[in-house]
Design a protein around this ligand. Sequence first.
Ligand SMILES: [Fe+2]
Length: 200
Amino acid sequence: MFSLQLCEQVERLARVLSMTLHYKDRGTHGHCDRVALLAEDFAGYLGFDGDHRRSIKLAAAFHDLGKIGVPDQIIHKQHRLTDDEMVQMRAHPLISERILAQIDHPACAAMGRWARSHHECIDGSGYPDGLAGSEIPVESQLLTLVDNYDAMAERRAYSAPRTHNAILAIMESETGWKHDAGLFGRFTAYIDQSPYRQPF
Ligand SMILES: [Fe+2]
């Protein structure tokens, strides 16, 4: 899927985009960096080959890049978003895909599709496309799991960091409508012995 040479060029570009995101929103930048490492490691646990793992890592690094296109006052808002603000926030996966599409390579098109679908839910209630079940690329389902785990592990404006057990309890309650039960089972087996597991 990926020639090594292109991958190195894309990884250099990823560092440029990552630094751009850093100056937009340090919190999102740190989250994307951690999700990239976690996604790559989980993909390895699932048996994905080296090129596939690297492309998943890059897609994870870019998954929230589209927040560059969301106004600062919405990204940093400490209270519930209005309906209009929610519409703008929910555009970020589409913007991530649009930015990646500029690289104009099939591998980046795939990464863009995976990033686009990281807020889809297995029952079709997610966004931006309302995809359900196997319509959602497995790479996107993987991204959703590691994205959710890291998001709940970090301190956010509206919530304190949660413990490992508390995060898994919430994710388990979301299984069947948000996450596929089989993939969530693989994730729980993986994260328990992962170096990226929350220490408490
Ligand atoms: Fe997101």
